[in-house]
Design a protein around this ligand. Structure first.
Ligand code: SAM
Length: 225
């Protein structure tokens, strides 16, 4: 599915989010707080849109993704980034490789999110950080009702005009309401072995930003590593 959206990916995001995606990306960067020289994994990085600001902050960011089409577009648009092909549930990195791991608008698309969270824990060094940026649902009921209508009614119509694969955006509208809410996702992080889990809502909860830390004396979650 993502192979076919790569071509107009950034522009489509800008249009469908009414420009809010730029604010969300700034919030991710603040939460991640990358330091110069740190090694950071940007998982499900797609074309590298989420990786570029991390690199600009001076960290050594590794964009990793499964989609050949997204990686090909990313390598063309951002040749300075070291793109790696990899599956979130079987990452091609050694244990404790990264100071921090982040995933933006990717976890919802992974077939086994629990396995991906365990893999992220494995490749993060003890004391390292996790930032998950993902669509959620507004906490204020009237906004939630308007937003749910936007997802189902408006997104497919707009996507037909701007996206290279409109069908993928129908999936977006269907998958967001089915995704765990903020608290349920926090519980999934904790189940995978992450500590100090917290979250904040962006744009009223349209997006949720979850943060966590790999415990210093981490045992891996069951089945990982
Ligand atoms: C909506 S894009 C997000 C791209 C980028 N992080 C951003 O913020 O713009 C979701 C990405 O998740 C990737 N993805 C889905 N399942 C994956 C998996 N199992 N392993 C790695 N990447 C995956 C897709 O290929 C796609 O590029």
């Amino acid at each position: 599915m993502f192979d076919a959206v790569a071509h107009r990916y950034d522009r489509t995001n800008d249009v469908l989010s009414l420009g809010q995606d730029r604010l969300w990306r700034r919030a991710v960067l603040r939460a991640l707080a990358p330091r110069p020289g740190e090694r950071i994994l940007d998982l499900a990085a797609g074309t590298g849109t989420s990786s570029a600001p991390i690199r600009a902050a001076g960290a050594w960011v590794v964009p990793c993704d499964l989609s050949f089409g997204m990686l090909r577009t990313g390598r063309r648009q951002r040749a300075w980034l070291p793109f790696v092909t990899g599956d979130a549930v079987r990452l091609p990195f050694a244990d404790a490789t990264f100071s921090a791991v982040t995933i933006s608008f990717g976890l919802r698309n992974v077939q086994d999110p629990a396995a991906a969270l365990a893999e992220m824990l494995r490749v993060t060094r003890p004391g390292g950080r996790l930032v998950v940026c993902e669509f959620s649902l507004p906490v204020w009921a009237p906004l939630r009702a308007v937003y749910l209508r936007y997802l189902v009614k408006a997104i497919p119509v707009i996507a037909r005009r701007v996206a290279s694969n409109p069908q993928a955006y129908v999936y977006l509208g269907e998958s967001i309401p089915a995704w765990p809410d903020q608290q349920a996702l926090a519980a999934k992080l904790a189940q995978a072995g992450w500590a100090d889990v917290e979250w904040r809502n962006l744009t009223g909860g349209i997006v949720a930003l979850h943060r966590a830390v790999r415990p210093a004396a981490a045992g891996h979650a069951a089945g990982a590593g």
